[in-house]
Design a protein around this ligand. Structure first.
Ligand code: FE2
Length: 204
C-alpha cells in the first residue's frame, strides 16, 4: 500500500561516504521491513489510507484508532522517514543551498556552516535511535530538531527539509561506533537542489 521509493542511484554510488553494504541493508532490509509491517498493520483498515498519503496520515496521527496508533507512528514513520532520507541523497549533489533557502538559513543560523554545526551537534548528541532534522516549524520558520525512534516531524506540525538518520543501522557497518564521523561525512551526499525545491514548495 505504502511502498519504499525507488532509489535514484545504485547501492555503491554514495561511496566512500556511505558504503554499498549499508545502503543495500538499510534500504533493502530495514526499510522493507517497515513497509511490510505497516502493510500488515493496516490490513482491515482500508479507510485509513483511502485517498491519503502516508504524510497525510502522520500529519493527523490522532485520527488513527488508538489500537493501531503507536504502530502507525513506528512503522509508518519508519517508511516515511526513510523514504525522505533516501530521496535527499545523491552521488552528484548540489553541495550548498542558494537563493531564498540560503537567505532563510543565514537569517536563522548566521551562516550555512552555522546551520550544519547545529544539526551535527544535535544529531551526534541524540541519545539512542532517532533522527536529526532541518524543518519548517508551525510559524514558517526554519528549525533544527531531533526525533526519537521513528517519530515524524509531521506529527508535531513540522515539515521536513533535511534529515540525518542516526540509528546505528545507518552507519554501523562502516563507521562502527563513530556516529560523529558518519554525520560529518553525510554532507558530501546531501543534495541541496532537492531541499531547495521542497522549501520553494512550502514558501511560495
Ligand atoms: Fe534507518
Amino acid at each position: 500500500m505504502f511502498d519504499k521509493i525507488q532509489l535514484g542511484y545504485q547501492y555503491n554510488e554514495l561511496e566512500p561516504y556511505i558504503d554499498a553494504a549499508t545502503v543495500e541493508t538499510h534500504y533493502g532490509k530495514h526499510l522493507q521491513t517497515y513497509v511490510n509491517n505497516l502493510s500488515a498493520l493496516l490490513e482491515g483498515h482500508d479507510e485509513i489510507a483511502k485517498n491519503k498519503t502516508l504524510e497525510d496520515i502522520l500529519s493527523d496521527i490522532n485520527s488513527i484508532p488508538e489500537s493501531i496508533r503507536q504502530g502507525v507512528i513506528n512503522q509508518g514513520g519508519g517508511v516515511a522517514n526513510h523514504n525522505f532520507y533516501f530521496s535527499i541523497l545523491s552521488p552528484n549533489p548540489k553541495k550548498a543551498p542558494e537563493g531564498k533557502l540560503l537567505e532563510a538559513i543565514n537569517n536563522k543560523f548566521g551562516s550555512f556552516e552555522g546551520m550544519k554545526d547545529k544539526i551535527n551537534n544535535v544529531s551526534i548528541a541524540h541519545f539512542g535511535s532517532g533522527w536529526g532534522w532541518l524543518v519548517i516549524d508551525e510559524n514558517g520558520e526554519l528549525e533544527i530538531i531531533t526525533t526519537t525512534n521513528q517519530n515524524s516531524p509531521l506529527s508535531i506540525n513540522k515539515e521536513p527539509l533535511l534529515t540525518i538518520d542516526v540509528w546505528e543501522h545507518a552507519y554501523y557497518l562502516k563507521y562502527k561506533n563513530l556516529r560523529a564521523e558518519y554525520v560529518k561525512n553525510i554532507w558530501n551526499v546531501i543534495d541541496w537542489s532537492k531541499i531547495e525545491s521542497i522549501y520553494e514548495g512550502y514558501v511560495k
